[in-house]
Design a protein around this ligand. Structure first.
Ligand SMILES: Cc1cc2nc3c(=O)[nH]c(=O)nc-3n(C[C@H](O)[C@H](O)[C@H](O)COP(=O)(O)OP(=O)(O)OC[C@H]3O[C@@H](n4cnc5c(N)ncnc54)[C@H](O)[C@@H]3O)c2cc1C
Length: 514
């Protein structure tokens, strides 16, 4: 049994006045499961049999009123409450830094109402992303939100972190889809903000809670826009001689207001990995794909000596950079049969104007088929003696090249790094870095891991980028919030103190005090 924090003694007796016994757990396996998220750091800790931040209790409320009762109780006692959706976050957002109560929303998973006339859906926040999308599809709609974590994440987690799906260039991020929210404040007050056609032109209060990562309130319900299911789709692949040419093509496309659902541009190493993955059986491991991608260097980087090569990441990266190679761009379009072919033809013309060589449908169709399978394979890499992680940042088009080079340089000092550009908009684009390094020991890898994050985020801020496009801030990016927000950070802290004076709501996240 993991010991309870002093302030949490007697918690069981008190919680049983609010919830049924089957809605409360103090069991160690539950507390251990809820003391982590899906970050590589959580994986490292689990491997060392150490869960650093377990909550004291886990509760499963079934209504906004029950959430309100738990919060009012915790507020009166000064006990932290950590909202928990699917636990797929990757920035430490669900770590119980001061213990307290993990509040799992997953029993609140009802679709309250689909309104075909208004084209929206009212849904409870604990619903699983994939189940939700399937239910909408059965009735002819789509949310248009497809994060790679769709099988795990919840609607509440999407909203709390301002998540982006793979089709964000067409449908927008989750904050573009939300029309109203129900949120429970630290003192137990239930607020409903932003109903349909509510007050055009007036301050939008729900904006404060969307993206607040559970630090200002617990989201219990949302009204989200829905779309008709697409009639058809079309996928195009192109190879570009340089990243710059690929960037210009995507920018040209979006600024001409041709909106693909997907625009993914891979740098040379990531393009090599994507090609190797396509050439092998679906579902192969990242390392196997990496092995395939390194094929041209095979005479000195064989599978078994890969570890050795990764001890000199800078050297390996330079050798790979010197190899000839192109950058792959995948474009996808979906919607009406009358529009999609025209959009695809326009896109093909714009890509050709920027030196894009057409590759046909193959790369895009392969991506579509495997789009949920890759990311979950990071964790087995740790067993093989490597460490791996991903980091997403974003910038406007003007700052994008500098951002890419600066963050790549910072990570490349310690690990082999590759990137792709997805979530593109007329104003700019996000960059998704994947890095893989050699692991000496658990302790050494944690130190190295912290150093990579620190140096990469410092490089991001210095290059004019934003530290988060869709994963949120949590704990791992929190130190950079003051730089990102500047003077407005003091204002944000005032808002937090007003809404949550006892600091019970997810303390220590988003740059707020622990
Ligand atoms: C393999 C993999 C792929 C991923 N791909 C994507 C991707 O394509 N796009 C993307 O945007 N993200 C992606 N992520 C990150 C993650 O899935 C998202 O951040 C997701 O939105 C988190 O949802 P969740 O329900 O799992 O939240 P959790 O991990 O449970 O929580 C995340 C944060 O939100 C808070 N929170 C959760 N629910 C609520 C609520 N109801 N009210 C208030 N606060 C709440 C938590 O306290 C925590 O701070 C990926 C993660 C993994 C592991």
């Amino acid at each position: 049994m993991i010991p309870l924090l002093e302030e949490s003694r007697g918690l069981g007796r008190d919680l049983q006045r609010i919830l049924r016994p089957d809605q409360i757990s103090f069991l160690s396996p539950d507390r251990l499961s809820y003391g982590r998220d899906s970050s590589s750091k959580s994986i490292l800790w689990a491997r060392s049999r150490e869960i650093k931040y377990p909550p004291d209790a886990v509760v499963w409320p079934e209504s906004a009123e029950e959430v309100a009762r738990v919060l009012a109780f915790a507020n009166a006692r000064g006990i932290p409450v950590i909202p928990f959706g699917g636990g797929s976050g990757v920035c430490g957002g669900t770590w119980a830094l001061r213990g307290g109560i993990a509040l799992d929303l997953k029993r609140m998973d009802r679709i309250v109402k689909i309104d075909a006339a208004e084209m929206n859906v009212r849904v409870q926040s604990g619903i699983n992303g994939e189940i939700f999308e399937r239910e909408l599809n059965r009735r002819g709609f789509t949310l248009g939100h497809f994060p790679s974590s769709i099988y795990v994440a919840t609607v509440g987690g999407y909203l709390a972190c301002r998540s982006a799906g793979q089709f964000s260039s067409q449908y927008g991020k989750i904050e573009d889809m939300v029309e109203a929210v129900e949120v429970v404040l630290a003192d137990g007050e239930i607020l409903r903000l932003g109903t349909v056609a509510d007050s055009p032109g007036v301050l939008d209060a729900k904006e404060l809670f969307v993206g607040s990562e559970g630090t200002l309130g617990v989201l219990t319900e949302a009204t989200l826009k829905v779309h008709p299911q697409p009639e058809t789709d079309s996928y195009l692949g192109f190879s570009f001689p340089t990243l710059e040419a690929g960037w210009e093509a995507i920018r040209g496309l979006l600024q001409a207001e041709v909106f693909p659902c997907v625009a993914r541009l891979y740098d040379k190493l990531d393009s090599r990995i994507a090609a190797s993955h396509r050439n092998q059986k679906a579902g192969v491991s990242i390392m196997k794909s990496l092995g395939g991608a390194l094929h041209p260097l095979a005479h000195f980087v064989k599978d078994r000596s890969l570890k050795l090569a990764l001890k000199r990441p800078r050297w390996l990266q330079r050798a790979l950079d010197a190899l000839p190679g192109d950058c792959l761009l995948i474009l996808g379009f979906q919607g009406l049969k009358a529009l999609v072919p025209a959009q695809a033809a326009l896109a093909a013309r714009i890509c050709a104007e920027h030196q894009g060589k057409a590759l046909g449908e193959g790369p895009g169709r392969h991506w579509l088929k495997n789009r949920y399978s890759v990311n979950y394979k990071l964790s087995p890499l740790f067993d093989e003696g490597y460490f791996a992680d991903t980091m997403e940042v974003a910038a406007t088009w003007k700052h994008l090249p500098k951002l890419y080079r600066a963050v790549r340089e910072a990570i490349g000092e310690h690990a082999l790094v590759m990137a792709h550009f997805s979530h593109a908009y007329p104003e700019g684009c996000s960059i998704y870095f994947t890095f893989i390094g050699h692991r000496e020991s658990e302790e050494a890898s944690e130190k190295l891991y912290d150093r990579i994050w620190r140096e990469a985020l410092a490089a991001c801020v210095a290059a004019g980028g934003t530290i988060s496009h869709h994963h949120g801030v949590g704990v791992l990016k929190a130190a950079f919030m003051p730089q990102e927000w500047g003077e407005a950070m003091a204002w944000l802290k005032k808002v937090k103190r007003r809404l949550d004076p006892a600091n019970i709501l997810n303390p220590g996240k988003l740059g707020f005090e622990t």
